[in-house]
Design a protein around this ligand. Sequence first.
Ligand SMILES: Nc1ncnc2c1ncn2[C@@H]1O[C@H](COP(=O)(O)OP(=O)(O)OP(=O)(O)O)[C@@H](O)[C@H]1O
Ligand SMILES: [Mg+2]
Length: 423
Amino acid sequence: MIEPDKKFILIVDDSSTNLSVLSQALKTAGYKVRVAVDGFSAIAILEKCAIAPAKNPLPELILLDVQMPGIDGFETCRQLKTNPATAAIPVIFMTALADAESKIKGLSLGAVDYITKPFEQDEVIARVNIHWRLKQLTDNLEQQVAERTCALQQAQVQLVQQEKLSALGQLVAGVAHEINNPLSFMVSNIAPAKEYLAEITELLSLYQKHYPEPAPDIAIKIDEIDLEFVIEDFSHLLDSMQVGTERIKDISLSLRNFARSDVDTATPIDLHETLDSTLLLLKHRLKDRGARPEIEVIQNYGELPPIKCYPGPMNQVFMNLLANAIDAVEDAWEKDQRCLTITICTEVLRESAIVRIADNGLGMTEEIQKHLFEPLFTTKAVGKGTGLGLSIAQQIVTDKHGGQLFCKSLADRGTEFAIELPI
Ligand SMILES: Nc1ncnc2c1ncn2[C@@H]1O[C@H](COP(=O)(O)OP(=O)(O)OP(=O)(O)O)[C@@H](O)[C@H]1O
Ligand SMILES: [Mg+2]
């Protein structure tokens, strides 16, 4: 059966008898026919089709007479083959020139077949059917090749990126692990150091109590070092060292959580913990910078059960979405110095865990939203964005977790991404 929108054939012949006989036969066989009486008008018709193929579709096949007034069929064919818009349309020559030389010339010009006149109607229809079918198969194949090539390129880009991230993850986990040993010396030594300080201080005050009049050089030294201040400040120093080491411990734990190269299977995790450790890693980007005030993060966490996830990749999703939100609000601040907020909400909705990450940045136009999840699509400057963040996030959410990633955005008002994960 011939598809109704794909049955257009152009017949070019200067003989009106031939045109009418062939048109009739082809129409009966289910084709839509257009005719041209010479080479020039055929080229003109095809050029018009090429300009607006949606309105005037190009023919699927051309039946071309060879001997015509003006330019002959061979020249017409040559011209059609040099135009990229018409080069792929199969041409069948129809001619009384039955000598081998003419046939070879026709075929070498790119024709797919050669019918000698006077023709048998049934033979013409049979050949047209075959070539029409071949054209469909070729078109199909070309489309499939183009689709597969595109899919392959995307897969390649993502593989390379994943490979890099996994290598980076291992490095990060390794560094975090290495930091842990020296860190634990410090953490475990600060408490005894505080005790020793307390004891030495107590001993000193005992001395002062029992020997209120120290020897002159001791009295000078006490004055010189400002003993009272040193004792007081020493304990502050130890306190701040303790706070510092606690923070390093948190960061190192977050790094290890983030990389989690050790966990290659889905495990039930607390998404709030994952979000918090990602936020901790992004803390340096949230802080005020120059004139730009701090970016406020509002955490409206609801009740979430443990969700079965791949922790490393899920961290990547949060990281990509939060990094984009930070970029968006930073751009908005450059534009109009608005207050900057990122809001994270979580809830359970119809058997799914929902995590929403919203920003009050510049939002996106509809055009940008159309391409958002395409790999390598970015509006950011070279070196700032690779355009992979969202395509990777979407792949992780949909393919790896069977969830969905939605985006709502209003230009100049902000953007909200919603991750929906099955419970
Ligand atoms: N929260 C957002 N607000 C406004 N635009 C956004 C937001 N998130 C993404 N976009 C737009 O979508 C584009 C693609 O984002 P994506 O994260 O895939 O790549 P990128 O951020 O440009 O680069 P990277 O690979 O470093 O993440 C961005 O360049 C930006 O134009
Ligand atoms: Mg990004």
